[in-house]
Design a protein around this ligand. Sequence first.
Ligand code: GLU
Ligand code: MG
Length: 466
Amino acid sequence: MEEEITQPRSTLETEVMQQIQAKGINLVRFLYCDNGGVIRGKAAGGQRVQDRFKGGIGLTVAMQAMNSLDQLQVVDGMGGVGEVRLMPDLKTFRVLPYAPASASVLCNMTVLSGNNWEACPRSFLAKQIERAELEAGLSIEAAFEPEWSLAHRNGDGTYTALDETVCFSSIGMTITAELINDIVKALEDQGLIVELYHPELGHGQHELSIRHAGAMQAADNHIIYRETVRNVAWKHGLIASFAPKPFLDQAGNGCHVHLSAWSSGNSGTRRNLFYDAQDQYSLSQLAYYFINGILEHLPALVALSCPSVNSYRRLRPKSWSTAYTCYGFDNREATVRIASPLKGTESSSINLEIRASDNSNNPYLALGGIIAAGLDGIKQAKHPSKGKLVTIDPATLSQAERLERGITRLPASLDAALDELEADEVLHQALGGPLLKSYLAVKRSEANTYAAENELFELKHHFYKY
Ligand code: GLU
Ligand code: MG
């Protein structure tokens, strides 16, 4: 019999095992986000988890062909035969403040030999981060800015918003003070840094943003965030909906993505390469190239960043969710908003905000797609055309004016966005065959299923899924 080779424990693994023992952890959730944007996982028993840290947990290959309604799609190589492994990244280990004796860890999907599986969304983001470093010497920082709605579930399966308070309402803050406090504490206990909070425009709607971090950590943080907000609200007897448009007559829930690109090096010498003090908007040429890349690929990109059927009820003109391929300084109707820098920290705070993004996306796919589009912009080295810079709401321009300025309407449905994604060579190249194929199959099937059902079915199935 062959002897097992015992690998020495890494320092990180030793620390994690100490936490598991000290906190009496019985279950460790191995989590991932799938092609449908749903966070799923399996848990390992606390006493047996160390082997699982090395060998992972088995997962049928079919899960990347499963849509968010649990309808399995036919995708080559993703049927009833074959396994991948959920392989944890121990840096993401967290003791869960909202579940007894439980912890979670975020995972890559690997093939049995240990290499990353080509259909793994988290590995896709890792690849784009690596490309940004190798091809352009950039270290991407990102922050997700999520909005969500608090509601009660009614007996008939519909939902009622928690309150009818107004935008930035201090009454809204008071009504939810205990819950928000528990959410902030739970997020900070897991190492996330809360940046800003306010009650938003919609009934029961809130926005609570997290400090920017390296791109992978930002996406990981967003998974931890969605889990935390949903679970803490649940403990308060409430549903936190991350659906893009949970109530048809209320503001939608966005999840804008903020980006900056930094030189590598240690924290003392790193520079935000999107900054140029000489420019009218404090942006560097590199940032303009990046914007151009985003604008060029936007119609296809939204298939990754706004990827649910419900997303397209939010992504409409005059909703501050943005609906056109244009950019502007502090323009909340432009899909790429140049966010005004803060006095005193101009060079570090200037950033781009991609507003066509919501919480029904898989953050690894959305952010990876955004980086791939921006890198293409840098490669093409073109400034966005003058006409695409808008200082007004682009919906107030006539169709002829928009046409002349090269401003187009974003896809108006998931199907239309998927058509664009199918036609986008740059995003194909970045995603690779297996991920693209499975993603398209899953998303097309969602579009088809909802097309055959009514509005109520759509709202119900998006309300409490993300
Ligand atoms: N709720 C808006 C959206 O759907 C965003 C409002 C804002 O914070 O500017 O993106
Ligand atoms: Mg907001």
